[in-house]
Design a binder for this molecule. Structure first.
Ligand code: AHG
Ligand code: MN
Ligand code: MN
Length: 335
């Protein structure tokens, strides 16, 4: 049972018993993410006021410039999860390899690992456009009490226990799933509490929005070009319109509410696509499926892809079910 006056804290407690192996550990973990999200939100919101925007001067493992807020958000999420002794391992977009927590302590019984994109859409920070955080949670596959291994992180998306995002937008929202639908909570900044504002979120089966960086059009696979042409043609009564923010979290969030499709196909600059399987595509795919949507690489269900490396990239097509299936039809026809 959910009601709109419920805080996220109350919701977590009330729904704890629906988790398969409920020990309160997952609830504590989501609570910690809630806490870190508030801290990061505070910093994101004053980005225009203080000298925190701009380049930190480093590049991450993927050769991209790190913005200061990327570094800050990464630190805050890792600190919160580490200091509160909540998880046994963390992998982040901003860290070359995974972090093992309390690996020397044999009493350490935590069984969850987290993969995180601490700040998504970071190129939008210094222009006051919405950014986000994406997280994905798994049960470890190696024995508790031992140091985590790479195989704990390289699990298929369908093994996820929970996933979600925070969108730092006109309002700040935390949206997550534990495999029982998708619920969205809006932060009341005056009180510092998240309230259930979007219970049981669902993608409309058909949408009108397509979201893609059309600057890369010439580079797209033929199937995607044909799908875009299909959306653009006026014959019949096609209602499509294009919206692209360039923050996956924000584009996904809008499309889930209004109905639409997000695409980041491969191209010569990004031969495997740009988005990362483990901490961008899988969590969004889990949310999409829990909200009646769909996520695919054009041919294969995202959550069935076998991960081979931590920072692996895949083409990503995600959103309203009928639109994703239409895009897949065009991909198949142009194979
Ligand atoms: P990040 O800021 O974590 O590196 O992710 C940026 C991603 C995603 O949020 C967005 O949809 C996409 O990159 C935008 O890429 P383009 O600028 O190439 O369109
Ligand atoms: Mn990202
Ligand atoms: Mn990022």
């Amino acid at each position: 049972m959910s009601n709109k006056n419920q805080t996220l804290g109350e919701f977590i407690i009330e729904n704890q018993s629906s988790f398969k192996y409920s020990s309160g550990e997952l609830s504590r973990l989501i609570n910690s993410i809630r806490l870190a999200a508030k801290v990061v939100n505070h910093e994101v919101n004053k980005a225009g006021l203080v000298d925190i925007i701009g380049n930190a001067g480093d590049t991450n493992i993927q050769g991209e410039d790190q913005q200061k807020l990327d570094v800050y958000a990464n630190e805050k999420f890792i600190q919160t999860l580490t200091k509160r002794n909540i998880v046994c391992g963390i992998a982040s977009e901003e860290e070359d390899s995974f972090i093992s927590i309390n690996s020397q302590d044999e009493n350490h019984q935590n069984k969850y690992i987290v993969l995180i994109d601490p700040l998504d859409g970071s190129s939008n920070i210094d222009v006051n456009v919405s950014v986000g955080t994406i997280f994905s949670i798994y049960r470890r596959v190696t024995p508790v009490g031992t140091p985590v291994k790479l195989e704990d992180f390289l699990q298929k998306g369908r093994e996820q226990v929970a996933a979600g995002y925070v969108v730092y937008g006109t309002s700040t929202m935390l949206v997550y799933t534990t495999g029982h639908g998708v619920n969205g909570f809006t932060l009341n900044p005056a009180i510092g509490s998240f309230y259930l504002s979007h219970p049981d979120m669902k993608f409309p089966a058909d949408g009108t929005i397509y979201s893609v960086n059309e600057g890369n059009y010439l580079d797209f696979p033929l199937g995607i070009k044909n799908f875009i042409k299909y959306c653009q043609q006026e014959e019949g009564d096609r209602p499509y319109t294009s919206r692209y923010i360039g923050s996956l979290v924000s584009d996904f969030h809008r499309n889930m509410i209004k109905g639409g499709i997000y695409m980041y196909p491969k191209g010569s600059r990004n031969p495997n696509g740009k988005l990362r399987l483990l901490y961008e595509c899988n969590p969004m795919a889990f949310l999409a499926e829990q909200a009646n949507g769909k996520a695919s690489d054009g041919f294969t269900r995202i959550m069935d892809i076998e991960p081979t490396e931590l920072h692996q990239r895949v083409p990503f097509i995600c959103g309203s079910k009928n639109m994703v299936e239409k895009a897949e039809e065009f991909m198949e026809a142009a194979k």
